[in-house]
Design a protein. Structure first.
Length: 542
């Protein structure tokens, strides 16, 4: 019988020792064969990413340790391999696409340099040969426009573009095994389909194996040959993907497959007052070239958008990566410089100074797309959430603030006793819920939610959607909900605005825009999201 490319035997992973030991992974067995796509699914905190990071010994040792287990790659035990040998394997024979691209890319190095470094270290490519390969890779992952921006820094790209840069870097050396940890989390539905198709084609073309870790069960169903299901650090079920999906045996697998955000938002008053609005809003970023950095053009991220948010309503902002969704959200609450009138309760806030805006900040909060990038790793969860209370002088005593933070964590289904831990001690989904709690603790009237469920598994997505609905109903909250996940948008939004290249292509009530779109671009988005087909007349059918 052919030896598996990767074989994991009785793997256990713990963090800390003695009374502080936390068992993250327990007695996991797993195999991946050459050319095979294996799915690994489970809820946040189930041990998926920890198991994957163990393969290349990327956990924070010695805080993390292995009570038991072996990981064989081509017959060689990676857990006992020397660091020099691991450096040869990492990025060459085994590559990894990480869950949070902005946290994985070096913020001080241009994207061209970062991709080129992989080629230089493992293949010894010359600068000219590396540049040609970088252009080839970026084009391969649908980032042709980035080939003229090789000197740009990661933060100058959208979340979806950052993820595609990570994928290009991972594929640079044609690895034998690609570990993809939530590879399409930040991608819109159309690009997601392109990337998944590309990755599947590459596994066949390069005879490359893939470990696909995701909370999106639909992706695993269509991509993987076999699937492992994890819960509380253990593999509870595994087998052929089609058979497992058709006839799950474990109760947890049945629960997982039955989870998806459902329903529609509670009706909101049609005559609700306007809270926040913008007219002809523009955010243009200058393109500078030459020694004197002369402006030669502009990237028109937001180009003349008008939008209105009414009390108790949710406005969904959808569009592809780089369309201007996140920039619009930041500009509306004055976190991005912009031109055009912005009104809060009918009062123009566009020209207010930083000091004048500070009292208004508690009215307008934001949940950022990348939870790790928006939290200080040196602050505990309590300190992160408490910071807003201190700035706004809310809570008379330390005990009052502890209680407020505990209440906020409870509202997002996190154990309040964990508030003295640090962000790295939580899973990706748990960190996103901490970010939601940080926004909620100030009891704002408006919350900009920038991809708040992108890092969450299906069942937790459904919980967060239900939570956001309940909070909106209880407190009359107004949401600006930015997302590429149109199923979640449909479950939350009263109105939908579709953006492309910084302009509005369609806007209106959610049912009208989602179920009966008129613009061809909107039709294509909805077809990709809901797996519908558009006939020649452009009518979407499903």
């Amino acid at each position: 019988m052919t030896q598996p490319l990767l074989k994991i035997e009785n793997l256990s992973v713990s963090f800390g020792r003695g009374d502080r030991e936390v068992q993250a992974v327990r007695d996991v067995d797993m195999e991946i064969n050459t050319g095979e796509i294996v799915g690994l699914v489970g809820e946040s905190g189930s041990g998926k990413s920890v198991s994957a990071l163990s393969i290349l010994k990327l956990l924070p040792y010695p805080v993390a340790w292995h009570p038991s287990g072996k990981i064989f790659f081509e017959g060689e035990d990676m857990l006992s391999a020397a660091e020099a040998r691991l450096r040869q394997v990492r990025g060459n024979d085994i590559a990894m696409i990480f869950q949070e691209p902005l946290n994985s890319l070096n913020p001080l190095h241009a994207i061209g340099r970062q991709i080129g470094e992989v080629l230089s270290l493992h293949q010894g490519m010359s600068e000219s040969a590396a540049k040609a390969r970088i252009v080839e890779l970026l084009t391969m992952v649908g980032l042709e426009e980035a080939t003229s921006r090789l000197h740009a820094l990661p933060h100058e790209f959208s979340g979806g573009q950052q993820q595609r840069i990570m994928i290009a870097m991972a594929l640079a050396n044609k690895p034998k095994l690609l570990i993809a940890d939530e590879p399409t989390t930040a991608l819109d539905v159309t690009v997601q389909a392109q990337i998944l198709k590309l990755m599947k084609e590459l596994t066949q073309e390069l005879d490359m194996a893939m470990l696909l870790i995701t909370h999106d069960l639909g992706i695993v169903e269509h991509m993987s040959d076999r699937t492992y299901v994890m819960n509380e650090g253990r593999v509870v079920e595994s087998g052929n993907t089609a058979k497992l999906y058709a006839d799950p045996q474990d109760p947890y697998t049945k629960h997982l497959l039955g989870s998806e955000p459902k329903g529609r938002p509670d009706p909101a008053p049609a005559d609700a007052p306007e809270i926040l609005a913008a007219d002809d809003l523009k955010v243009w970023f200058p393109i500078k070239k030459g020694v004197v950095r002369r402006t030669v053009g502009y990237i028109k991220a937001v180009d003349g958008i008008s939008v209105q948010l009414r009390q108790g309503h949710t406005v969904g902002i959808v569009g592809e990566s780089g369309s201007g969704k996140s920039t619009l959200g930041r500009a509306l609450i004055r976190l991005e410089k912009s031109d055009g009138a912005i009104r809060l309760d009918g009062n123009i806030i566009q020209g207010l100074s930083f000091k004048e805006l500070r009292p208004l900040r508690k009215e307008m909060q934001i949940v950022f797309q990348d939870p790790v990038g928006s939290m200080s790793p040196r602050m505990s969860v309590f300190q992160i959430i408490e910071e807003g209370l201190l700035i706004q002088n809310i809570g008379n005593t330390y005990e009052d603030r502890r209680r407020m933070v505990a209440d906020a964590l409870t509202e997002v289904d996190l154990d309040p006793t964990t508030m003295d831990r640090y962000p790295h001690e939580f899973s990706g989904g748990q960190r996103q819920r901490i970010a939601v709690a940080r926004a909620l603790v100030l009891r704002p009237r408006i919350i900009v939610l920038d991809e708040p469920t992108s890092a969450l598994d299906m069942s937790v997505q459904a919980q967060i959607v239900a939570l956001l609905r309940d909070l909106q109903k209880k407190h009359g909250l107004t949401y600006l909900f930015i997302s590429h996940d149109l199923k979640v948008v449909r479950a939350l939004a009263h109105d939908v605005v579709v953006i492309r290249d910084g302009k509005v292509v369609e806007a209106g009530p959610a049912e009208q825009v989602i179920d009966n779109p008129s613009d061809p671009y909107t039709k294509a988005l909805m077809a990709a999201a809901f797996k519908l087909k558009a006939d020649e007349s452009g009518v979407v059918r499903g």
